[in-house]
Design a protein around this ligand. Structure first.
Ligand code: BES
Ligand code: ZN
Ligand code: ZN
Length: 500
């Protein structure tokens, strides 16, 4: 989406559609009042008659009949003024874009609704741009042209009365727009079905992103993975005719001030469960089991696009999990890359097996911190639903930074305990550990399994994104549509914004 800026008063703006936000039971602000006067008090009448109450994400499209240069005015409800948050604006912008898409209006102008109420203007302008761009995405690639009921919006003009303030927030908006476009690109990749998005396809996507945003990508094929000694990755992929891949993606800023951060992402292009085959209902969305790795790629692309100061190394193990005559079996024991042996107690707990080699391999890079993202457990969906990722780790400072980034982006996290007693649940009688925890706390025992592979004395955070990586229906936030949410890319970008 092309973004431009304008500081003219609302009643002078020439545009296909002028979006303004209104609060419930509040008088119009001076700028909106002047606009309303120019169109014969239509807005006031609508509010009075309660045909438009300005409830959150309520909309009303108003033709202006040439009374002002704007052809239409789109009223968006912001709800109660005292409940306004930055995310309200993000959602309102997405709501506006949905209406424009449905009406096939491809260009619009938007006031910085909510300016001055919460947070700096730059944060608000950023959120509106994000909401507009994220709200503009829908997975339509495989629908024929005629079946598509909507048309993407192509340009947004941000309106704010103060020219010098615009010049101050421009860079912030431009960066946010780049990141939001990357999020949409990653959502499109994550939405690809498993017959398209195979391990080699995802590796190809990594190379494509690396070329586009100028970061280094190395792809290891099955032979390379064998050479590296990643027996756990090979075990998971053994049942599939699609060979695994291992991707290393590196973004190194010109002046990297501290050691790298390693990002590890679970990338199972389809999780059937393996020999412990999933039931129909549980297998349905398992093309999304690749979202961890795609988020890592997106975060690295975003860091490169915005010239982040953080040195990032992405480690992405990619495989299918299928049953066959060559599949790994219950009771199998594998010696992983780190030397730790694991007993396979359930072939459907493949994520932690796949991740174990990648997390252990971070040691080679002497990382300052390791952060991993994985659609790891159904138990996390039971615990937190679709509203937050499970957050685990071994370092309070890193955890707190992740929480702060989460606050700023409205990509929610919720910390779960990592008491050593939970480790008892994954003890094995025949190997060092097993990949299935004894009854209870499935999200935590999975995290305890991963913890075993984190290099010694390394700060580590683990995000279980099983509940937030995709939505099945009625997403609770307007800027998220059915399918991949792109969760985590904005959060990680925020985390690395001023990384030292
Ligand atoms: N990919 C799933 C976890 C998942 C579930 C992601 C629902 C997204 C939505 C994972 O590999 C898995 O199957 N986990 C099992 C583990 C169990 C066998 C210990 C689970 O959660 O049921
Ligand atoms: Zn599984
Ligand atoms: Zn899985």
């Amino acid at each position: 989406m092309k973004i431009s800026y304008n500081s003219e008063p609302l009643e002078k703006i020439k545009t296909e559609c002028l979006a303004i936000g209104l609060f419930e039971e509040e008088p119009l602000l001076a700028e909106a009042r002047k606009l309303d006067l120019a169109i014969g008090n239509q807005i006031t009448s609508l509010l009075k008659s309660k045909d438009f109450k300005a409830e959150p994400n309520e909309i009303y499209l108003l033709p202006t009949s040439n009374k002002v240069p704007a052809r239409r005015i789109l009223l968006i409800g912001l709800g109660k003024k005292n409940e306004f948050e930055i995310d309200t604006a993000r959602q309102a912008a997405a709501t506006a874009v949905h209406e424009l898409r449905a009406k096939k209006i491809t260009a619009f102008s938007s006031a910085l609704f909510g300016a001055g109420i919460k947070g700096p203007t730059s944060e608000l302008a950023k959120a509106i741009a994000e909401g507009a761009i994220l709200g503009n995405y829908a997975f339509q690639t495989y629908q024929t042209e005629e079946k598509r009921k909507t048309k993407p919006v192509e340009s947004l003009e941000l309106i704010y009365k103060d020219k010098s303030e615009i010049s101050r927030f421009r860079d912030v908006v431009e960066d946010a727009a780049k990141v939001a476009e990357i999020v949409n690109y990653c959502r499109e990749t994550a939405n690809q079905p498993a017959n398209i998005a195979t391990p080699s396809y995802i590796a190809g996507e990594a190379e494509k992103l690396g070329r586009k945003y100028n970061f280094k990508v190395t792809v290891y094929d099955k032979k390379g993975i064998e050479k590296l000694g990643f027996n756990a990755i090979l075990a998971v992929s053994a049942g599939s005719t699609q060979e695994p891949r291992f991707v290393v993606a590196e973004y190194k800023p010109k002046s990297a001030s501290s050691g790298p951060v390693c990002l590890v992402g679970k990338t199972i292009t389809f999780d059937s469960g393996g020999l412990d085959l999933k039931g129909e209902k549980y297998m349905e969305n398992m093309k999304f089991d690749k979202c961890g790795g795609i988020t890592v790629l997106g975060a690295i692309a975003a860091a490169a696009a915005t010239e982040s100061s953080a040195h990032l190394i992405g480690l992405i193990p990619i495989s299918e999990n299928l049953p066959s005559g060559s599949a790994y079996k219950v009771g199998d024991i594998y010696k992983t890359f780190s030397g730790t042996t694991i007993e396979i107690a359930n072939t459907d707990a493949e994520g932690r097996v796949l991740m174990s080699d990648a997390i252990a391999y971070t040691k080679e890079f002497r990382p300052k911190a390791v952060i991993d993202l994985a659609t790891l457990t159904g138990a996390c969906v039971v615990a937190l639903g679709n509203q937050a990722a499970g957050l685990h780790g071994n370092d309070k400072k890193l955890i707190d930074r992740v929480k702060a980034a989460s606050e700023a982006t409205s990509e929610r996290v919720w910390e779960l305990p990592m008491w050593k007693e939970y480790g008892e649940q994954i003890k094995s009688e025949v190997a060092d550990i097993k990949n299935l925890g004894e009854e209870g706390a499935g999200t935590i025992t999975a995290a305890k399994f991963l913890e075993k592979f984190v290099p010694k004395d390394t700060a580590w955070a683990h995000l279980d994104i099983a509940g937030v990586a995709y939505t099945e229906k009625n997403p609770t936030k307007t800027y998220i549509s059915k399918g991949s949410t792109g969760y985590g890319i904005r959060l990680l970008t925020e985390l690395f914004k001023n990384w030292r």
